[in-house]
Design a protein around this ligand. Structure first.
Ligand code: AOF
Ligand code: ZN
Length: 402
């Protein structure tokens, strides 16, 4: 029986994965309905603000013309019992006459946290909790961290050649990127997960990036009003509204004609600078503000670093995932200050040698402690290799032992 439980839950987890990049900052959830050893319905939470996995599985079952009464549901997260953008899943489960619900893990949100399970049990539904729990928590690690600790999940991403260079010295034409097209497409998927995307000022000066997820996906629902609000766990949606683009710029060197400042109507831009610079360069601040960007200043004598100041500010603003895209010094600073949760590295089969510009190794050499990665995944994108992993700190935050 437990093997079967696990196998159906694996299907639910696979379905859940399909929502990654569209549901954030909600969790990605999958559900499978089983009756007499037959799968009679499958569903997943497809997009932020849309129906939950359980509702979609019940709908799927109906479409197939099967009555779910007496069935078991395998769901990768505790069913909700609150009325938010969609109705309580528990009520739909009870009304459909399901006899058993197998849950991978509890939803730690205040509105859930066991309440959904209790409601099902009170209605006479048998509930089993904890099947494939670690996997379910890893799948939605940013959601679990943000919900349990109120802190933003930090992803560090970079692309490097075999000799650890992140760019060509001469970036003309086809040398703008070192990684291949498939890797770059994958980065846009990563951007869709994030509530904020960050670079250092040197990257803005060198590359003039736009930092938006492309191609832009339009929301499927007619009403986008709900997308502007907060989700039930207080986090800001990443779909329907664009991720905030952040520049670390202590001396306000941002070129006023850069693409970021030209597109503040498309997605917010936030520039992090020092109080000292703010006072000394009020005219630049004014010009930047006129272009629609926000300037945020960290304290002159901060108790902790400016990156701590920034990440706690982002958490206060309900941003559940921050994607740091470079350059090397910025990435190393996040690592040095133990702020990294997830690392995503694209390794491209090139040795740039003297044609390589800045490398990731010099700033990394300043790290006093080695960083081990866990839950490692390796995937090919064309000829590039993507290596991802989580830091020990990230595992601690979501209560998982390595
Ligand atoms: C479920 N099934 O598939 C998901 C759940 O704003 P709403 O109505 O979409 O509710 C979002 C909250 O519901 C989210 O913060 C999380 O606690 C839970 N997510 N619950 O029963 C699902 N995605
Ligand atoms: Zn629900």
């Amino acid at each position: 029986m437990s093997d079967k439980n696990e196998s159906y839950m694996q299907t639910a987890l696979k379905l859940a994965q399909r929502g990654i990049g569209s549901v954030e900052p909600n969790p990605a959830v999958g559900a499978v309905l089983v009756k007499a050893n037959q799968v009679i319905g499958k569903g997943w939470h497809r997009e932020f603000g849309g129906p939950h996995a359980e509702i979609n599985a019940l709908e799927n079952c109906k479409t197939l013309g099967v009555n779910p009464r007496g069935a078991t549901m395998y769901v990768s997260l505790e069913p909700c019992c609150h009325q938010a953008k969609t109705g309580p899943c528990t009520e739909a489960i009870i009304a459909a006459g399901l006899v058993k619900v197998v849950v991978a893990t509890i939803d730690p949100s205040e509105h859930a946290n066991g309440k959904g399970i209790e409601q099902l049990r009170n209605a006479g539904v048998e509930v089993v909790v904890g099947v494939c729990e670690t996997q379910a928590r890893l799948l939605n690690a940013p959601f679990f961290k943000f919900t349990a600790t109120g802190k933003t999940w930090v992803i560090l991403k970079w692309a490097q050649s075999i000799d650890s260079k992140v760019a060509y010295t001469d970036k003309s034409r086809e040398r703008r990127w070192i990684s291949g097209e498939q890797s770059r497409k994958d980065v846009h998927k990563l951007r869709r997960r994030a509530g904020a995307i960050l670079v250092g000022i040197n990257t803005v000066i060198a590359d003039d990036p736009l930092l938006t997820a492309r191609p832009v996906r339009s929301p499927h629902r007619k009403s986008t009003g709900a997308l502007q609000g907060l989700t039930s766990n207080g986090a800001r949606p990443s779909k329907g509204k664009k991720a905030t683009r952040i520049v670390l710029d202590s001396h306000l060197r941002i070129p006023l004609d850069c693409k970021l400042l030209a597109t503040t109507k498309e997605a917010p831009v936030l520039i992090l600078t020092s109080q000292q610079t703010l006072r000394a360069h009020s005219q630049i601040v004014e010009k930047v503000n006129q272009k629609g960007a926000e300037v945020l200043a960290y304290p002159d004598a901060p108790a902790r670093s400016n990156l701590y100041f920034l990440t706690s500010e982002l958490a206060k603003r309900g941003i559940a995932q921050l994607l740091v895209e470079g350059g090397p010094t910025v990435i190393a600073s996040f690592l040095k200050q133990r702020l990294a949760d997830e690392i995503v590295v694209y390794i491209t089969p090139k040795i740039l040698g003297a044609q390589g510009g800045v490398g990731i190794n010099p700033p990394m050499a300043e790290l006093t402690e080695a960083v081990d990665l866990y839950n490692v995944d390796i995937k090919r994108f064309g000829d590039d290799v993507r290596l991802t992993g989580l830091s020990k700190k990230a595992l601690d935050e979501i209560s998982i032992c390595p």
